[in-house]
Design a binder for this molecule. Structure first.
Ligand code: 3PG
Length: 249
C-alpha cells in the first residue's frame, strides 16, 4: 500500500504545531495510544525538522511535514524522515521538488481553477484548506462533481461537530485538524488529554463510517436518523472536552 493510501486510510490526520522537539516523544506516544499513529508536523516552528526526525525514528507513526512552502523545507523534511509533504496551497516548485525526492505531496486547492492546475501537475489528492472558511462540506461536494477522480482532505476548522459532514462525502479521503492536539495541552505537557481527544476522534470517525455504511446498505431513514443522533451526541461530548482543553492552534 502506498504512503498516501495508508495515510488516508486513517481518515483523520492530526495537524501538529510543536514549539520544541522535546514534545515529539510524548506526543507520539499519545497518538499511538489514542489509535491514530499519524502526524503532520507543520513547518510553523523552528522545531519542525527535529520533531519529524524524533517521530520518524519511532517507526510506528506515519509522519509527514505540513505547511511546506519552499524547496528548502522539502529538503529539510525529507532529510528528517518525512514520508509525505503537505502544503496549504499548490506550488509547482514544491510539488516537483518533492516528487524528485521521491516523496508524495498533498497540495492545497480550493477552487475549480486550482484543482484543474493541480491535476495538470499529476495531483489527484488535494488539501481543501481552509475548509470551513472556503464553504465547508457543501463546497467540497460541489467541487467533487466535475472532478470525478479527485479526492479531498478538508482541513481548517474541522472539528468533532462537523467531522461527520465531511467524512460522509465519497470524495473525501480524510480530514485534517488540530483539535485533538491542542497547543495548550502540548504546552502544559498534558499528553493524557491528547490521548483522550485522539481516541474520541477515532471513535467518531469510525461512527461516521458506520453511519455511511448503514445508510447506504439499508437506505433506512430510521437507522440513519438514529446513527446521526448518536454521532451528534458523541460530537457534542468531544467538543466540550476539546473546548475544556483549549483550541488555539
Ligand atoms: C493546518 O495547518 O492544516 C490548519 O491550521 C489546521 O487547521 P485547524 O487548526 O483549524 O484544525
Amino acid at each position: 500500500m502506498d504512503v498516501l493510501t495508508r495515510l488516508t486510510a486513517h481518515r483523520i490526520i492530526p495537524v501538529v504545531v510543536l514549539p520544541s522537539a522535546e514534545s515529539a516523544g510524548p506526543l507520539g506516544e499519545a497518538l499511538v495510544a489514542g489509535g491514530l499513529p499519524v502526524a503532520e508536523v507543520t513547518f510553523r516552528t523552528a522545531a519542525a525538522a527535529q520533531a519529524i526526525a524524533a517521530l520518524a525514528a519511532r517507526g510506528d507513526i506515519l509522519v509527514g511535514a505540513g505547511t511546506v512552502l519552499t524547496r528548502q523545507q522539502v529538503d529539510q523534511a525529507v532529510q528528517a524522515g518525512a514520508q509525505y509533504i503537505v502544503s496549504p496551497g499548490s506550488s509547482r516548485a514544491v510539488i516537483e521538488h518533492a516528487r524528485a525526492a521521491g516523496v508524495p505531496v498533498v497540495p492545497g486547492a480550493v477552487t475549480a481553477t486550482e484543482i484543474q492546475a493541480a491535476l495538470e501537475l499529476g495531483i489527484d489528492l488535494v488539501k481543501f484548506f481552509p475548509a470551513e472558511a472556503c464553504g465547508g462540506a457543501g463546497a467540497v461536494r460541489a467541487l467533487a462533481a466535475p472532478f470525478a477522480g479527485v479526492r479531498f482532505v478538508p482541513t481548517g476548522g474541522v472539528s468533532p461537530a462537523n467531522l461527520g459532514q465531511y467524512l460522509a462525502i465519497k470524495a473525501v479521503a480524510a480530514v485534517g485538524g488540530s483539535w485533538m492536539v491542542p497547543q495548550s495541552a502540548i504546552a502544559a505537557g498534558d499528553f493524557a488529554a491528547i490521548e483522550r481527544l485522539t481516541s474520541q476522534a477515532v471513535a467518531l470517525a469510525a461512527g461516521s463510517a458506520a453511519d455511511v455504511a448503514a445508510g447506504g446498505a439499508a437506505g433506512g431513514a430510521a437507522a440513519t436518523g438514529n446513527a446521526a443522533a448518536s454521532a451528534a451526541q458523541t460530537a457534542a461530548a468531544i467538543t466540550t472536552a476539546a473546548t475544556a482543553t483549549g483550541r488555539e492552534n
